[in-house]
Design a protein around this ligand. Structure first.
Ligand code: SF4
Ligand code: SF4
Length: 187
């Protein structure tokens, strides 16, 4: 009889093709958390997040900011004694929470990621002035003015584009992207 996969099964399936051991191999040694530069800012440390996944605490994991604060430095991955790709897991959890539209409100990461994917899918190029609007309004007034001054300086020196660009053969590019990521609803 077929039974519905548990949350930990879903995550295991998602990262199956990646590098390293499954999360079930975790011995909760805490090396990943101790080496993580972002851990002090995370709701759950990487070690704790893995324990929550293995115990099927789906809601807690989806409500966590841990993977959105991950800086992708890979310190944890190269130091894990069980060869678990924790950094790869963080990427996977970002994708999973975006697909499920289930993430903590008020985080810049999901809004930024969605804007980035839409932009790349629509033009094949990144256009920083539009991307910046996804986080500029979360800054205080002093930081906001500082960012605007920096952007203006970069534009005047030709280091930041004033108008968005488009790649050639955009249709082919969209077809290729559509094969590797679920972009339903973006066209
Ligand atoms: S370093 Fe590896 S084994 Fe240790 S807690 Fe982190 S994931 Fe688990
Ligand atoms: S890759 Fe992410 S989770 Fe791992 S140590 Fe770096 S910031 Fe922490």
């Amino acid at each position: 009889m077929n039974s519905k996969p548990t949350f930990s099964d879903e995550i295991a399936n998602m990262i199956h093709a990646g590098h390293g051991s499954p999360l079930s191999a975790c011995i909760q040694c805490g090396t990943c958390s101790a080496t993580c530069p972002s851990a002090p800012f995370m709701k759950h440390t990487p070690r704790r997040l893995i324990a929550l996944i293995n115990a099927n605490y789906k809601e807690e994991v989806l409500a966590s900011d841990t993977y959105w604060y991950c800086a992708s430095c890979y310190h944890c991955t190269v130091r894990c004694p069980k060869d678990i790709d924790i950094a790869g897991l963080m990427y996977g959890l970002k994708r999973y929470s975006m697909w499920k539209s289930a993430y903590q409100e008020g985080l810049v990461g999901p809004v930024f990621s969605e804007a980035f994917v839409k932009m790349i899918f629509g033009s094949g190029r990144s256009f920083e002035p539009v991307l910046a609007t996804t986080y500029l309004f979360s800054l205080d007034i002093k930081e906001f003015i500082g960012e605007i001054q920096t952007a203006t300086g970069l534009m005047l020196k030709g280091r930041l584009p004033i108008l968005p660009a488009r790649i050639k053969r955009l249709k082919n590019f969209k077809r290729m992207i559509g094969r590797i990521i679920p972009v339903g609803g973006l066209e």
